[in-house]
Design a protein around this ligand. Sequence first.
Ligand code: FES
Length: 200
Amino acid sequence: MSFHPKMAYDATFHKSSRTLADPGPAFVFTPENRARLDAIVLRYPADRKRSAVLPALYLAQSQQGYITGNAMVHIAGILEITPADVEDVVTYYTMFYTKPVGRFVLSVCRTLSCAVNGAERVVEEICAKLDIAPGQTDATGTFTLIEAECLGACDRAPVIMVNDAWQELQRPEDVGALLDALRAHGEAALTGCHHVVEKK
Ligand code: FES
């Protein structure tokens, strides 16, 4: 026996309809990105287009660098949901940005394994070297610092996700060298994820 109420397959879900505060600059997908999204939407039943909201948001962020209110409205129109529905997803996940970010987004894990291995000092070193606080971008527009929850590489703590790449076993005293290496070599300077590296 289940304690959950039965829900019909065609149940009508609550639709949020509040107005978005800041629309930002105009946004439409490039023809290439629109074609990619249309292909993704076709994977789902016609009445479940909303299932494509995550890839739609990734495409919007890769195109514009961050996700504006206008981008949420545009995506909502394509997926036949409300802009507020899209905003709910954007604001739930830390990997979506609602304002411009630097060339490198440094997401420092602050969960237990990383915390006991010095993540707080990693954050302090980054803040001191770049003269920023968590959530901010440095004056050159190169680095944005974010504190994140577990990134799934706890045995290689402390861990930093840099854009979509990985830096593991990051010692606080080596933060300056990491920032210099990123400036010089980009993501090629990173250790990578050991799960991927060890499979090669
Ligand atoms: S606790 Fe930091 S990666 Fe899991």
